[in-house]
Write a protein that binds this ligand. Sequence first.
Ligand code: AR6
Length: 174
Amino acid sequence: MRIKAIKADITALEVDAIVNAANTSLLGGGGVDGAIHRVGGLQILEDCRKIIARQGGCKVGEAVITSAGKMPSKYVIHTVGPVWNGGEKNEEEKLANCYINSLKLAVENNCKTVAFPNISTGIYHFPKEKAAKIAVQTVYEFLQEHKTIVEVIFACFDEENLMLTKNELKKLRQ
Ligand code: AR6
């Protein structure tokens, strides 16, 4: 199994790429985004500003890549999750796209190990159980097709997300 879930602060992980649950402005915010910019330092914001100059921000479901500044990882892949709006605004498909587009960028940049937070389940209020199902299923399907990725880690920050993600991973093993 190349997917695992652990309880962790994603900023401390020594992986090729960590994924950030950013917003469309790419200019930072609270939650995991705030932690990544705080720990990684100003280099990340500088890289984000270059991307903003080139293409504006980042759309929901899409992803961009920067350096990881002072963190032990090599890259930060910034993706923008959907705000939960009751499920009538294609939130599920948009969340799946976050995982797919982040992993595509990881492959393009020769990343073998990638860590994800539970995108959209904080400030954006996506229901955690639904989000865990989409995250695990989408990553699992992507890895079937892309063998260069050695490991994907779900860095869960709270017990509930850890339990829900582990449950989804168990279902894959049955
Ligand atoms: N490591 C791993 N996971 C974390 C960490 C951390 N250091 N800190 C928080 N989490 P959120 P969203 C978890 O709110 O819902 C920002 O302001 C957290 O417990 O960070 O996608 C952005 O700029 C939760 O399970 O992201 C956007 O405006 C998960 O990360 C907006 O929030 C995602 O929670 C994005 O909201």
